[in-house]
Design a protein around this ligand. Sequence first.
Ligand code: HEM
Length: 249
Amino acid sequence: MSSSNSAFTFTSHPFVASTAQDSRAPCPALNSLANHGYIHHNGCEISFFSLLFAIHHIYNLSIPLSFLLTFVGFLSVGHITWVSSSSHWIPLALPSWRINLSNLSQRGPHCITHDASLVHVNVYPSTTPDQSLVKHMLNFASHTGRDGLSLPELASLHSMQCKAIHTRLDNLHEQIALGECGLAWAVMRSRTTSSEDDVIPYSRLATWFGKEELPEDWWDVGGSRPKESIGLFEARERAEDVSRYTHAM
Ligand code: HEM
């Protein structure tokens, strides 16, 4: 197996499962970053820029998209911590915008978390994937005949979750849920010649959604990390695709 020369490879950032003391979000992307130590493993007091650059480097999202996602998360549940300046010339404590991952599972009109999650249950805190929902996702993926989930199939799973909760998501949370599905597919899809044929392969669903670990071939040359940067336009387009497929059902 060939490895890329990136300083971010698994050699320097092996997967270490979280413990009960660690803070985790209801988000496979962020928890995988913490489990590999790309942000602090305990998931606490993560600074704005360390999260922004981790998303940018690890998932190959553009800076504007990484900024937007990080900003929305910090706006919803970030807090200010006063940090002593390391300079002798500025003997002050400076404000620093921080986040604890588990706070992201707070609920409310200005929070991100909603009731139609694919693999998280609707309780607070909801920070680890629910294994029966993961099993449901994997079971669904194994019956598609493609060994994974295409974008329409992911939309169909989202639609099932919406029906299962018996209440409609408000418009903001519906847009968030569509965005999550679209972004997950953009980041984790197999890259064949045509995006129509792409799926999130079963093994990636199990590893990333189920264990919150990056796929083993992530950093390999020709591996599963997105080769081209994913930007705002693509994220919006994928969310619109999910919306279209969902409403066509
Ligand atoms: C590469 C970037 C990201 C990707 C691919 C991604 C993907 C996802 C996915 C697929 C889910 C749904 C999990 C489920 O349905 O069970 C999710 C949930 C969530 N994400 Fe992310 N995410 C990213 C970045 C972020 C950032 C930067 C934040 C905030 C700082 C964030 C906060 C959340 C929250 C709060 C949820 C819970 C929403 C719910 O109730 O399902 N995510 N994310």
